[in-house]
Design a binder for this molecule. Structure first.
Ligand code: NAD
Length: 426
């Protein structure tokens, strides 16, 4: 049968991380020689839901919002993925992010498919009461979709533990149960997991140490630069420093700071807590975010946002390893440049999968009703991140491709093989 593969998308530096992701999917599918039927299956989301959410605003008026949930794939298990509340949320974005989750879960070998959802709204313009009504009505509209064995949301952009608590409570009211496992990223008191907050940064640290080892660099002799000082960046920086790595540069939206002798993360944290920005930290030189990425170092951790490493700045990078804490920080056009320079890139779908891994632990704990110690969570996370790193490394070696393509090949192969064994119903 004739294949309907698209040629891998022409490499452009378009500011669209999702197109970058799909370009890599196409490429990996070709490397794998994926059967056309399986290729079509894996490209198409299983379900795409658009739902109208009417709520009564605080001023008594009715306002109708649009909500989305896309389940990309549920071959490996119930689908998993965040809820995003933002004015620019679209169905297309949800489709791409849902596929991303499918690959990420497959790479770290957790029994989940991929999903994503959201509401087109500006949470900054909503009162807490309106936000709660919006979340509860959205959840009620999707009662047949969500479920501990069906589809499990989590926090994403502009949603948090409180939003998850409302989803869990609404779902529980309808099912007349205490359905803790219907969402992850819940407050601890409602069945959240210890270690979830730090999990993504911890995973970033673990795979960075593994990558340094592959390059024959001892952590004690290594230097690192971290872009982003939010949840992922600050925890990554702190844990990398605890492993003996000298953090010479840090950056956030306010700009970058640099000290060739190393920054004390404890002091930076204290300064950041007081000033809510990194710039102005007295024990460092101020530099621009562009210059930060181009500092000479062993390890660069982009942990802020997408499209930071492009074909424009990639030729100037002077690091040996990049661990992608953020989703999509590198454009597809930058990939071959980094490869030519011999920079080892630990791709996002592996590097930042610590978060979804501990979300999986949260779901397991909720379903058994038995909660683990922090030590147990961290040890299990370490085992899974190391296994995933080794597996990706092995696939990259077998197919003679980058770790990024190795990760996609691994993920697509896993989902396609499971599909083959399950078969197509009907
Ligand atoms: P966050 O909002 O806590 O932090 C983002 C940080 O990036 C902030 O320090 C902000 O100042 C900085 N930043 C924003 N724009 C910037 C710019 N133009 N230049 C430099 N710095 C800038 O977010 P987070 O939860 O740490 O997430 C960071 C990235 O990691 C995102 O891509 C997110 O999708 C990804 N991620 C997060 C998790 C998680 O568990 N939080 C899991 C997987 C992936």
């Amino acid at each position: 049968m004739e294949h309907t593969y698209k040629e891998p998308a022409p490499i452009t530096d378009k500011e669209n991380p999702f197109e970058s992701m799909m370009a890599r999917f196409e490429h990996a599918a070709q490397i794998l020689g994926l059967e056309d039927g399986a290729y079509q299956y894996l490209k198409s989301p299983v379900k795409q839901i658009i739902t109208s959410i009417p709520i009564i605003m605080d001023n008594g008026s009715i306002q109708v919002f649009e909500g989305y949930r896309v389940i990309h794939n549920d071959i490996l298990g119930p689908s998993k993925g965040g809820l995003r509340f933002a004015p620019d949320v679209t169905l297309d974005e949800m489709k791409a992010l849902a596929a991303w989750m499918t690959w990420k879960c497959a790479v770290v070998n957790i029994p989940f498919g991929g999903a994503k959802g959201g509401i087109k709204c500006d949470p900054a313009k909503l009162s807490l009461n309106e936000l709660e009504k919006l979340t509860r009505r959205f959840t009620a509209n999707l009662l047949d979709i969500f479920g501990p064995e069906r589809d499990i949301p989590a926090p994403d952009m502009n949603t948090n533990e409180q939003v998850m608590a409302w989803v869990m409570d609404t779902y529980s009211m309808h099912t007349k149960t205490t359905a803790r496992a219907v969402v992850t990223g819940k407050p601890l008191i409602l069945g959240g997991s210890l270690g979830r907050r730090e999990a993504t940064g911890r995973g970033v640290m673990m795979v960075s140490i593994a990558a340094l080892k592959k390059k024959g660099i001892s952590p004690d002799a290594a230097t690192a630069v971290v872009q982003g000082f939010g949840n992922v960046g600050s925890v990554s920086a702190q844990l990398l420093a605890e492993k003996g790595i000298k953090i010479i540069g840090l950056g956030d939206i306010s700009g970058g700071i640099y000290n060739s002798r190393g920054l004390s993360i404890a002091q930076v944290m204290e300064y950041f807590t007081r000033n809510r920005a990194l710039t102005g930290f007295p024990e460092a030189e101020s530099i621009s975010n562009e210059d930060l990425l181009e500092l000479q170092c062993d390890l660069l951790v982009p942990a802020a946002k997408e499209d930071q490493i492009t074909k424009h700045n990639a030729p100037r990078l002077r690091c040996k390893i990049i661990t992608e804490g953020a989703n999509g920080p590198t454009t597809a056009a930058a990939d071959p440049i980094l490869e030519d320079k011999g920079i080892l890139v630990v791709p996002d779908i592996l590097a930042n999968a610590g978060g979804v891994t501990v979300s999986y632990f949260e779901w397991v704990q909720d379903r058994t009703g038995y909660f683990w110690s922090l030590d147990k969570v961290n040890k299990r996370l370490e085992r899974m991140m190391h296994e995933a790193f080794d597996n990706v490394y092995h696939h990259a070696g077998t197919y003679k491709v980058s770790l990024r393509l190795g990760a996609y090949v691994l993920a697509i192969n896993k989902v396609a093989s499971t599909l083959k064994i399950r078969g197509i119903y009907g």
